[in-house]
Design a protein around this ligand. Structure first.
Ligand code: ATP
Length: 270
């Protein structure tokens, strides 16, 4: 059951160079997660405790999981991912048991990075969610907090959580000694979008006339994940046309298709 709910990778194949437009966030993650793992003496010398937990928050598909994977890659740490929704279980005590398993597994695989995605599933304010009123969900969260209170941050385990519902979170999890380092991961700006388009078209044969900055200009509001789909979709149009080279018109067709799909997915308002 353990293996089912958790995703484990010895060394994720995502590096900082694969992440576009998040230089400041990369710097902060390195400082909060990488330095305590690789250079704990630095914190001792200064006489401060490294952050206990890091919370990444921002819209979906902006690179939160990538950041956590990249830091695991950089520190040669085992990456153990669990979704908050997986921790909401049917049986009493099951969520808390999974949390215990998670920390036990991390201790066995040190150095390790525990990544809890959708932390809001177990840590929403009581008023904001139906499930958080649930005593079982509360118990799961209490177990998480007690594991965090109990572990020595100078050990070789780091904990990173992510949410795209920061406003919904129970502030109790943000206290010192818990998720005490917040890093906002915003939607990419034009430069970020250009970089993300570059990263995802690295392996493509782009027509030399393609200006990715111009495409970035037309994709305001797109997340990293959406820009990735855009490049894939553009590649599909090239294939359909029997070409290996991808042209500007393929990106235009891809943009049009995405706009159509979006419109189809939006309920009509009367
Ligand atoms: P969610 O909140 O939905 O879990 P997330 O913020 O964790 O999303 P990721 O899983 O890191 O998002 O990103 C999904 C995919 O989108 C990545 O695998 C990557 O291909 C692409 N992507 C997202 N953000 C970026 C970025 N900043 N640079 C490059 N690629 C990105």
């Amino acid at each position: 059951a353990r293996a089912q709910a958790m995703e484990i990778s010895e060394r994720p194949d995502v590096g900082y160079a694969d992440i576009g437009g998040l230089d400041e966030q990369i710097r902060e993650v390195r400082e909060a997660v990488e330095d305590p793992l690789t250079n704990p003496g630095k914190f001792e010398e200064v006489g401060i405790e490294p952050p206990t937990g890091v919370l990444l928050h921002g819209p979906p598909g902006t690179g939160k999981t990538m950041l956590a994977k990249a830091v695991a890659n950089q520190t040669d740490a085992t990456f153990i991912k669990m979704a908050g929704s997986e921790l909401v279980q049917k049986f009493i005590g099951e969520g808390a048991r999974l949390v215990r398993d998670l920390f036990e597994l991390a201790a066995e695989r040190e150095p390790a990075i525990i990544f809890i995605d959708e932390i809001d599933a177990i840590a929403a304010k009581r008023t904001e969610s139906k499930t958080s009123g649930d005593a079982e969900v509360q118990r799961t969260m209490m177990q998480l907090l007690s594991e965090m209170d109990g572990f020595d941050r100078r050990g070789d385990i780091s904990i990173i959580a992510a949410t795209n519902r920061f406003d919904m979170l129970d502030r109790a999890i943000l206290r010192p000694g818990r998720f005490d380092r917040l890093i906002e991961v915003p939607e990419p700006d034009i430069e970020g979008r250009t970089q993300i388009l570059q990263i995802h078209s690295r392996g493509m044969q782009l027509d030399s006339a393609i200006d990715l900055a111009a495409i970035a200009e037309e994709t305001e509001g797109f997340s990293g994940a959406e820009l990735e789909s855009l490049t894939t979709e553009a590649g599909m149009f090239a294939i359909r046309d029997g070409r290996t080279e991808v042209r500007r018109e393929d990106f235009d067709d891809a943009l049009e298709k995405i706009a159509e799909d979006d419109a189809a997915g939006t309920p009509i308002a009367f």
